[in-house]
Write a protein that binds this ligand. Sequence first.
Ligand code: RIB
Ligand code: CA
Length: 306
Amino acid sequence: MTHKIIIDTDPGIDDAMAIFYAALHPDIDIVGMTSVFGNVTAEIAARNAIVLAERVGQTIPVAKGAAKPMVMEPNGVSDYVHGVEGFGTMPAQPITGKPVDEPAHEFICRMIHEHPNEIILCPIGPLTNIAMALEHDPTIAAKTKAVYIMGGGLNKGNVTEYAEANIWNDPHAADAVFAASWDITMVGLDVTTLVQCVPADFERLAASTPTIGGFLNEAVQFYMDFYASHYGKRGCDMHDPTAIIAITDPQYFTIETHALEVIVDGARIGQTLRSTDPSRPKHKVPMDVDAEGVKQRFLSMIETGF
Ligand code: RIB
Ligand code: CA
């Protein structure tokens, strides 16, 4: 079965890992990418999505999306994690293409209507574009096959004790997305922090696939510097690729179902919680993972690259 996916992304080093995995997977068809502020500005995110599509040699439409959250002021980019241009210390990469002439939220709505019950949305950045698409046309919820979100976490945060970065960067958008009745899997920190790679993994990829693995190995050095300085060990969490692998390899995940809501102000802003509101739909939340299985799936898929 081929999964038709739209990746909504703020590339971003782990976004690059996720996009390469999806692009190389024989059962995934990336029918579009939409860019969003987050790790980098909206301008750089759109450019970087094109960089990644061109690096895998695929013609993937990229629609430029939100430059700021729906309600609150922006928190600012994560250049200390992903680098000023989003791929570690790499300078801005050359591109030949440009974004399509359609805003991200309209692109998402149009694609869902053109492919009813076929599109899987994969937001791996702040949920602004997805919430804007829902606001623009609430009927998309019933026509979307599934939504796989990298974001949140029921037991831990990363940017604060309580909040994960993608949710924290636009909590109002995230809360609106979780309130909608569609088939969401929230792949959060409960599992993504268990899937980790170390320098030797990326060296292996660089040796076997210079164009893809070499790019990742170069970009990831800065990302691993961040992890080394904060967590005392050189390696990194595989957040965004884990969300895509949950689509292709659900057997690795132990999934609970919970209604979800997001705290939108105060000290716990951005925290994802189990909701007791009976009007809220239940969503899938992976709470445990075969981390080694997911990691090897990622490494072997990138090794098939070029
Ligand atoms: O918290 C991890 C998430 O925040 C990932 O999507 C990463 O790329 C950043 O956007
Ligand atoms: Ca991301």
